[in-house]
Design a protein around this ligand. Structure first.
Ligand code: ACO
Length: 436
């Protein structure tokens, strides 16, 4: 963080003395005004619900230019990472700051592979859930429960504990998501097969059974790996900020990541891919492409409460670069599976075309986000709709843990404690029950 040459001055119309505040520059992106001493100097807080203008931390991991539609992990454009690297390299990059060379990559991948199994007791814990439980309810419970199984990696102030918990979380998430799925369909759990790639192993644990050999399709493996890369981190979004806030109390990493899983579940965040696919299926049931116009009218009617799911983003005011890559992957997967004429894909393309030309969307700078096409890809792979957000959580785990570890290593980190503008009742006295 570098001090800028200029300072910010805050003045008041009631004659109170003005205050000067330092301005800091990042390496790219907007400068920030340091308001940390504002309360001490003026007795006032700033008011910014939803953090529309507030940088909650300094970070060197991910950068988004929402106007340009640019996403960089540690400086590398997402398009290059998605086409030239795999998820293990991306994890190494996010966790340790740079892409690994061949031997570092082999070493890192091996370390992750050594931790793919979960404690056998986890099965019994999982069996306590109803078979029809939402996978995100299960994941919130299972991830938090990891802290009860791995006592040797729960001290967030110990760098070794932080390192091993990061590896454990990345390695075990696919196993847990696949177990949640197998449990829901009543099939036996499949143990990880460590000769497979990270994505290939997930496909195996999801779709293999002990009865028949299962061969991983390289096209589906690559598509899934790309889904993981595209979802791996996205700077200070709601779930990442939740992980940071939760971790700022000094809680263990498994508990902090469980908080991130819970936040991601919401339809305005990670739940959007599930909501988007449900929306496409509903329009399909109503009559498909011929009903798109009617549906769009509802979306534009503020009183309808209907949103075009998979569209719009707090930061991107241009095409989400991940959506472009996801659309390409979608085409490849559908082609591989002989589903080129998939009606939901056609419907999505039609919705996108209309929205990109419509004044409502153009004036509000609403573009497709990553979730618009990721649901179609996952559905084609055979992943059930209810599991989509759990797959997102699996991929985002590396981002959450990299951000959490960065926060713990930041000398300026403090427990997160926002303030408020109180609008409730002033002090009053309790009346006896009979007199109220
Ligand atoms: N459909 C219709 N209108 C929309 C949509 C949408 N998907 N998104 C935003 N708008 C409208 C809002 O109604 C608002 O209109 P107004 O100015 O007339 O009141 C305007 O666009 C600005 O929207 P906000 O809600 O203020 O934008 P915000 O930054 O708070 O919200 C969000 C962003 C939550 C992503 C929103 O666009 C949305 O709900 N999208 C659908 C859900 C979705 O796809 N979420 C995934 C996000 S990406 C991710 O988590 C991986």
């Amino acid at each position: 963080m570098k001090l800028a040459d200029n300072k910010a001055t805050l003045s008041f119309s009631n004659g109170s003395p003005s205050v000067e505040m330092p301005v800091y520059q990042g390496s790219i992106g907007p400068d920030v005004i340091d308001i940390r001493k504002l309360y001490a100097q003026t007795g006032m807080f700033t008011y910014d619900p939803g953090f529309l203008s507030t940088a909650s931390c300094q970070s060197a991991i991910t950068f988004i230019d929402g106007d340009k539609g640019e996403l960089l992990y540690r400086g590398y454009p997402i398009e290059q990472l998605a086409t030239q690297c795999d998820f293990m390299e991306t994890c190494h990059l996010l966790l340790y700051g740079d892409l690994p060379n061949a031997s570092k990559k082999a070493e890192f991948s091996k370390t992750v592979r050594m931790h793919t199994m979960v404690n056998e007791q986890m099965q019994f814990f999982l069996r306590g859930f109803r078979r029809d439980a939402h996978p995100m309810a299960i994941m919130t419970g299972l991830v938090g429960a990891l802290s009860a199984f791995y006592h040797d990696s729960t001290d967030i102030n110990n760098p070794e504990h932080r390192d091993i918990s990061a590896i454990r979380l990345i390695a075990k998430m696919p196993t847990l998501v696949a177990m949640a799925y197998k449990y829901s369909v009543g099939q036996p759990f499949m143990y990880p097969k460590n000769e497979l790639s990270y994505a290939g192993n997930f496909l195996h644990m999801m779709f293999a059974t002990p009865c028949e050999p299962y061969t991983v399709s390289p096209v589906l493996e690559r598509a899934l790996d790309r889904i993981f890369i595209l979802h791996a981190d996205h700077e200070q979004n709601a779930s990442t900020s939740t992980v940071r806030l939760c971790g700022s109390s000094g809680t263990n990493p498994f508990a902090a990541i469980a908080a991130g899983v819970a936040c991601l579940w919401g339809p305005a965040h990670g739940g959007a891919n599930e909501a988007c696919l449900n929306m496409l299926e509903d329009i399909q049931k109503m009559g498909g492409v011929s009903k798109v116009g009617e549906f769009m009218e509802k979306v534009k009617d503020k009183n309808s409460g209907v949103k075009l799911m998979g569209f719009g983003h707090r930061v991107y005011k241009n095409y989400d670069p991940r959506a472009k890559l996801m659309q390409e992957t979608c085409k490849e997967v559908l082609q591989e599976l002989g589903l080129e004429n998939d009606p939901l894909f056609k419907l999505a393309m039609q919705l996108e075309k209309i929205a990109l030309e419509d004044e409502y969307f153009v004036s509000r700078k609403l573009y497709p986000n990553v979730d618009f096409y990721s649901g179609i890809v996952q559905r084609a792979i055979g992943i059930p709709v209810g599991l989509f957000t759990a797959v997102f959580a699996l991929a985002r785990t590396v981002g959450w843990i990299a951000q959490l570890n960065e926060m713990i290593g930041d000398p300026e980190y403090k427990i997160g404690r926002p303030r408020q503008l109180f609008t409730g009742s002033e002090r009053r006295d309790v009346k006896p029950l009979a007199g109220r």
